[in-house]
Design a protein around this ligand. Structure first.
Ligand code: DGY
Length: 326
């Protein structure tokens, strides 16, 4: 069988895949257009794609031989899973292996904003540091403050648990109660409005869906404390970026740390000009260890799916229910 891989991923994964299948990898280290993906999957049984690939209905229906889509990411909002399910194609993602890594980046952003690390680095490099000063580049304390976690799935939970050493008061907003956080951190489940009003640090960990699109908009920024710090390592469109620029430039909040953007990879000029935001190029899962684990996981899903089994991280298991009843 033949597999198309839309961009080079860690070699260890590709080597395993190549032992069993004919593998074609996009030779250029760049995001492919939809048309190029359609061309790439011609005559292929499997598609191994990235979160930057628009895998919509047109792509999914373009190749009759296509039997399996393995994504190299945990979030799969870029894939029309409904269209894949209609065609009986299993779709898989890479949950679990990137949980701690992404939670760590959220903390790195939180500290960078709270203690103005990037501003301090630029200031020091530029020769502006003339000695210790009582009022120089003052930030925000983190310990003993209130942490608001929006979405407590795998990554949100790992992020919250890491607050333990900082003795924080943890609030969370989720549809489901999170017993682990309530027991280990005495965290309180609160409505989103309460979380926004009471938190010093707010971190977003929900998937992008119709319901979470622009979950944080002008109205929500107005509720936050003037000293609040907002972190987003989930998906860009969860925040209305225009409202964020307004909130940061008019100092409705203290700052923000972002790994994701509304029109990724485009970032608005206004956002880039602000000092009170730290910008990271979507590297939530970007460590050598984690990216390798993601490759192995995506490959395992692909191999199982192409051999007719249920991929361990299948997100549309109903495909198999349909198969067994027909
Ligand atoms: C994912 O896998 O969805 C993450 O955004 C990668 O960093």
């Amino acid at each position: 069988m033949k597999v198309f891989v839309t961009r080079k991923i860690p070699q260890l994964g590709l080597d395993i895949l190549k032992k069993e299948f004919t593998v074609e990898v996009n030779p250029d280290d760049r995001v492919l257009s939809k048309e190029e993906i359609i061309k790439g999957i011609k005559g292929k049984d499997g598609l191994l794609c990235l979160l930057t690939d628009p895998i919509d209905k047109e792509v999914i229906n373009a190749e009759p031989a296509l039997k399996m889509i393995a994504s190299y990411a945990v979030g799969y909002d870029n894939i029309d899973v409904t269209a894949a399910t209609k065609r009986g194609i299993p779709v898989s993602n890479t949950p679990g292996v990137l949980t701690e890594t992404t939670a760590e980046l959220a903390w790195a952003l939180l500290f960078s904003v709270a203690r103005r690390i990037l501003e301090g680095d630029t200031f020091t490099r530029n020769g502006n540091f003339k000695g210790w000063a009582p009022m120089l580049m003052l930030g925000q304390d983190v310990s003993h403050k209130t942490l608001g976690v929006i979405g407590t799935g795998r990554i949100g939970t790992a992020f919250a648990l890491k607050s333990k050493g900082f003795h924080m008061n943890v609030l969370y907003a989720d549809e489901q109660p999170n017993e682990q956080l309530e027991q280990q951190l005495k965290a309180r489940k609160v409505p989103l409005v309460t979380l926004l009003k009471e938190s010093d640090f707010i971190s977003i960990h929900v998937p992008l869906t119709k319901e979470t699109h622009h979950l944080i908009d002008e109205k929500e920024f107005r509720l936050m404390k003037k000293t609040a710090v907002l972190i987003n390592t989930a998906r860009g469109p969860i925040i209305n970026e225009k409202a964020l620029v307004k909130a940061l430039s008019e100092h409705w909040i203290f700052g923000a740390g972002l790994d994701v953007y509304e029109k990724e990879p485009e970032i608005s000029k206004e956002l880039k000009q602000l000092d009170n935001v730290v910008l990271q190029p979507h590297t939530g899962s970007g460590t050598i260890e984690t990216r390798t684990k993601m490759a192995l996981m995506a490959v395992e899903n692909m191999m199982t799916g192409l051999k007719g089994g249920i991929p361990p991280n299948c997100v549309n298991k109903e495909v198999f229910l349909n198969k067994s009843t027909t």
